[in-house]
Design a protein around this ligand. Sequence first.
Ligand code: FDM
Length: 212
Amino acid sequence: MACKRGALIVLEGVDKAGKTTQCKKLVQLLQQSGRPAEMMRFPERTTTIGQLVGAYLENKSDLEDHTVHLLFSANRWELVPLMKKKLEQGTTLVVDRYAFSGVAFTSAKPGFSLDWCMKPDVGLPKPDLVIFLKLSPAEAALRGQFGEERYETSVFQQAVQQKFEELFKDPSVNWQVIDASQSVQAVHENITILSQKIINTAQDLPLGELWK
Ligand code: FDM
């Protein structure tokens, strides 16, 4: 290999757990320490597919539940060539939500099995590390009101949390759970330790395929 590959690190968690803040802090720290790193997020709302998803989340359009699930997945697949290129070039990607949010959110709706929800994402680049920022519904409520977007209610978020807990049981994924009720700095330090370790390990390993 011409150069060591970057690591694929995903942050997941329910709303208000601090995913976006922590992704930014991690990327900043890695860059400052001379490691190439970039942040990505899903949904990536700037693409044509992402705009459809964005309008749905903002309640500006309605989409049938299976359809929107497949669009969220398609939004990941359309970015796979770019992700692979960056990883191969040695850039570590820190990703705010991924297929796990896809499965947890849709399977929290009535009539959707975990199994059906996972299918469209089978074979995506497999994260080397998935950090779940765990926050109880009571603690999330203390952090203020939910926003205006679809899914931003405490009842739905609790159902989503349960689905994430089912996903943790899958040993094929490197899940690491962090208590997000700690200070921003303490959570950041936990994330940094896990990430630095995985960056060193992943650089010599081939990129895996998710759920395959
Ligand atoms: N979401 C996110 C899904 O329902 N499916 C997915 O595949 C992904 C990636 O979209 F409510 C939901 C989760 C959340 C919303 O909000 C995105 P943010 O604030 O942009 O993360």
